[in-house]
Design a binder for this molecule. Structure first.
Ligand SMILES: [Zn+2]
Length: 292
């Protein structure tokens, strides 16, 4: 498996596909064929960050030949701390101009609850989609707290873990209900104090609350290859509820497009093209159809 094409992550388990890929003249056709991954839809990684890289370098990666990338940048007020945070129309349009003409989707990873106030509807409508997650949560003083940072128990009341979990589920529902988002990423991720007991905290009732909101507001659920989340029980409930899915690596260079886990879950669930989110046409994007 030393051939670089055979080492493409999502093909790793399929020596048969590698053999096909090595037939002279079939290389390009094989690498652009969604059937390579054993699925009936083209592969898209809609959660790609350009941190520490450039669009040119990212598009030179082998994965870019077989996976369409959706580039997201953190977006919201400057209170959100990331390497880059787009905070107004001018910054958003400059980022979009940088990606113009490239074979990628243009998205943002929206932050907190106040990001919509940073941009005009017209600027948001120029995006292909808006993605967000629930991993920044109100602390004891109401301030935004990144749940993945050390010492989170001191800043957020988690002594009653089930009580925290109820508030966390409500937070998911609030974000889905109030924000014009197309896609929820990192779904069902749990902070360290709870992470080892997924089934204890993601009860069917809690999963249903999140999924009911996702269905009602047409928000797709990311199958994250980086976090390997949501777990299968959650995903099965999501499929039964009729939620749309998207794949995401949350990849920083050179790890974008590594979708092994997402592909594996799609096969396990039997997902087909009609189960998958694709960026909506003009007029039907969340930023255009939602009131906020
Ligand atoms: Zn991200």
């Amino acid at each position: 498996m030393n051939n670089p094409i055979c080492r493409r992550g999502f093909l790793r388990q399929s020596t048969a596909v590698c053999a096909v890929s090595l037939i002279p003249g079939r290389l390009l056709a094989a690498s652009n064929d969604p059937a390579d991954a054993g699925l009936d839809f083209p592969l898209m990684d809609l959660h790609v960050h350009l941190d520490n890289s450039t669009i040119d370098k990212v598009l030179e990666l082998p994965a870019a030949r077989s996976v369409k990338f959706g580039i997201v940048e953190h977006a919201g007020t400057k209170e959100n701390k990331y390497p880059v945070v787009l905070s107004n129309d001018a910054e958003l349009k400059a980022r979009n101009a940088m990606l113009e003409g490239r074979p990628v989707y243009k998205g943002i990873q929206a932050e907190w609850t106040d990001w919509m106030g940073c941009f005009s509807r017209e600027a948001l409508a120029q995006l292909d989609y808006v993605l967000t997650d629930t991993m920044t949560f109100p602390g004891k003083n109401g301030q935004r707290v990144k749940l993945w940072e050390p010492g989170v128990e001191q800043r957020i009341d988690m002594a009653d873990q089930q009580g925290f979990m109820d508030r966390y589920v409500d937070w998911h529902v609030e974000i889905i209900t109030k924000q014009p988002i197309d896609l929820l990423a990192n779904v069902s991720w749990l902070p360290t104090p709870l992470a080892n007991e997924y089934d204890k905290f993601w009860t069917p009732q809690r999963v249903k609350k999140v999924l009911d909101a996702a269905v009602k507001y047409q928000v797709a659920i990311e199958i994250s290859s980086s976090f390997k989340l949501p777990q299968l029980s959650f995903l099965k409930a999501a499929k039964a509820a009729g939620v749309k899915f998207a794949f995401g690596s949350n990849g920083r260079y050179p790890n974008m497009g590594k979708l092994d886990h997402s592909v594996q879950m799609a096969k396990t669930l039997g997902l087909t093209k009609s189960d998958m989110f694709t960026p909506a046409p003009d007029g039907q994007k969340a930023a255009q159809r939602r009131r906020y």
